[in-house]
Design a protein around this ligand. Sequence first.
Ligand SMILES: Nc1ncnc2c1ncn2[C@@H]1O[C@H](COP(=O)(O)OP(=O)(O)OP(=O)(O)O)[C@@H](O)[C@H]1O
Length: 316
Amino acid sequence: MRPIIDIDHISKQYDSGTVALNDVSLQIEEGEILALLGPNGAGKTTLISIICGLVVPSGGTVRVGGHDIRRDWRAARKMIGLVPQEIALEPFETVIDSVRFTRGLYGEGPDEAYIEQLLRSLALWDKRQARTRELSGGMKRRVLIAKALSHRPKVLFLDEPTAGVDVTLRREMWQVVRELRAQGVTIILTTHYLEEAEDMADRIGVINRGELLLVQSKDALMGEFGKKRLTIALDKPLAGLPAELQDRGLVLSADGATLFYDYDTRAERTGIARLLADLSGCGIAVRDVSTKQSSLEEIFMSLVEDEPAESQEVPA
Ligand SMILES: Nc1ncnc2c1ncn2[C@@H]1O[C@H](COP(=O)(O)OP(=O)(O)OP(=O)(O)O)[C@@H](O)[C@H]1O
């Protein structure tokens, strides 16, 4: 199937000389939720802005639904809704007028039935006549989503949808996003919250210093990097590993009091039962065992930790 967004060798060097993106290629499938992760200044907003036609790339092409974003920008733009990072609403405008106005900007005629359905789906119908300044932060964000969806785009970009939002509101936003996906909207979100990506995304892309380090299904990413570590606290420290246990992938701590065993969570047999039996067979008494799963946060840190956060500067 043809991807709904096809990003082909995109680069961006700003006039200041900053290389914000360096040869990024990425295909986004219809109906998926893709989370773009990366530290501050990685290039996430630049990439979204290029796809939405707000920033002109220095090289490469982007197609949205087969339409080139530069040559056929009107058709490409119609397929996209963008929820920006900053909340920018006319304070005295009512919710419903604000959504109608945005729809008009896209050159779409009135469609009150659709606007009602949209506002209802975002739990804003009861607030349709409220002025936007009277709304809570969570409602304002939902109005931004309603505006972004006012022309029925197929793709929705959410640039840090829950930055500075409390936990309850964040979960509420995730629910809204899931419902949109269920309606068939393709969603690309940027986030600093690893938990958000872990909870919602089908695929995860990691950007650092303008480069796409990887794009992988969340499950594969968690599976590949998501090893579990079994920590075995021993009753008495060992001077070394007994010969019978040498080839079992065990690591003994420097003080000899703890054994570490990394295993694949997806393996049919983790080998833990046998390992514990063998320890007992060697006369090694176990005081305590615990396990820890590497989180997406740890996976992410291991990918970007050695790299400075800012993009490289090159002379203009
Ligand atoms: N208009 C601009 N002019 C010059 N440089 C810019 C401009 N916009 C962004 N940059 C630079 O490009 C790089 C990438 O910025 P971008 O905003 O795309 O990153 P980001 O990953 O979205 O960061 P954040 O998570 O902080 O929003 C940064 O070094 C930034 O300073």
